[in-house]
Design a protein around this ligand. Structure first.
Ligand code: PMP
Length: 352
């Protein structure tokens, strides 16, 4: 670090993303990307848009917002788009959090929430997940703005919409952000709450179910006034936050919605098979509504298994925090990838 870095940032621990090796081929099951490529129309539209890169993108992202609004049957005024959903999460933390408005989130959840509080100097409170790693409404009294990942990450456990609604009702004067990055792989979602209550913000991403992690596109849906607040922050930080190519790709992905929904079905089918196979090998697997599973084996520590698999060319994700260090998060890949993964996993377990 340079001698100019401000004091408050000297001890900042930033978000650590999953490994992205550029120089070695791995079976990559560590960052919850889709195993399926974007539809050909998406690539064609992005290429077409590239011919106009001398121009700025539309700061209103009007056409893209309209397309997302159509997809979810809301108004464009209920939608804001962002450079990945991490960006719109940042807008929300900046808009609503300060020294007297802390954020509340689970002790085990998406690591970025803590980072966003730290970098924006917002206090936070963590609420322990129950023994079975579930979130219960009664653990979220009226104590701060709330952010929930549903399904949660890295556990994958989905929350019943009624349970989320209880939290919303118990916190009428707080913003409740529901981060639905993985909702397309789950049986339920909380979108309807965003129109029913004026304090609910639903955050979604094109990175997982729509095969666009590398394009960076996320969005939030909520009451028009909440969206105005987020837009104020966006226009103060990054008015052209969604670039021309990504915007065109996003609109095309919505036009080809059925292709992506079929891919989600495939991933859900592969997830079911994966759970069965893991269980037959002695793993216990938490219930998942996401494109990954969270599993542990009584015969091998999480980190040891992660390292063994990495040595043999497979990347999965291990988290070292106390409560979950026995587990590994395994992204659901394509059928062939999963067959290779299981062969290699078998070798690892046989070596014990
Ligand atoms: N929320 C959750 C729960 C996630 O796991 C991720 C992916 N790391 C994100 C948000 C951010 O995704 P992106 O910025 O790619 O939209």
């Amino acid at each position: 670090m340079s001698r100019f870095l401000k004091e408050a940032f000297k001890s900042l621990s930033c978000y650590v993303p999953g490994e992205q090796f550029q120089d070695r081929k791995f079976i990559k099951l560590n960052t919850n990307e889709s195993p399926y490529p974007p539809s050909p129309l998406v690539a064609a539209r992005a290429m077409e848009a590239a011919k106009c890169l001398q121009l700025y993108s539309d700061p209103e992202s009007a056409a893209l917002r309209q397309a997302i609004a159509g997809l979810h049957q809301v108004k464009a005024e209920n939608v804001i788009v962002s450079n990945g959903s991490d960006e719109v999460l940042n807008f929300a933390f900046l808009a609503f959090g300060d020294a007297s408005h802390p954020f509340v989130f689970a002790d085990i959840t998406y690591g970025f929430y803590k980072v966003l509080c730290d970098v924006n100097d917002i206090p936070y409170v963590t609420v322990p997940l129950r023994e079975d790693f579930t979130i219960r409404a009664e653990d979220y009294p009226d104590s701060g703005h709330i952010v929930l990942a549903d399904p949660n990450a890295p556990t994958g456990i989905p929350m019943p919409a009624e349970e989320v609604e209880k939290i919303v009702q118990a916190n009428p004067d707080r913003v409740v952000i529901v981060d639905e990055a993985y909702a397309d792989f789950s049986e339920s979602d909380c979108l309807s709450l965003a129109l029913k209550y004026d304090n609910v913000l639903i955050v979604r991403t094109f990175s997982k179910s729509r095969s666009m992690a590398g394009a960076r596109l996320g969005y939030a849906i909520g009451n028009e006034k909440l969206i105005v607040d987020l837009k104020l922050v966006k226009d103060s930080i990054d008015p052209y936050n969604v670039n021309l190519m990504t915007s065109a790709a996003g609109i095309a992905a919505i036009e080809e919605n059925s292709y992506y929904m079929e891919n989600c079905e495939k991933i859900i089918r592969t997830r079911r098979k994966t759970v069965k196979k893991l269980e037959s090998m002695g793993f216990s697997v938490l219930p998942s509504g996401a494109n990954f599973v969270f599993a542990r084996h009584p015969g091998i520590g999480g980190e040891q298994l992660y390292r063994k698999l990495k040595d043999k060319g497979v990347l999965i994700r291990h988290f070292s925090s106390e409560r979950i260090r026995d587990f590994n998060r395994i992204t659901i890949g394509g059928e062939e990838q999963m067959d290779c993964f299981f062969n290699i996993l078998d070798d690892c377990l046989n070596e014990l």
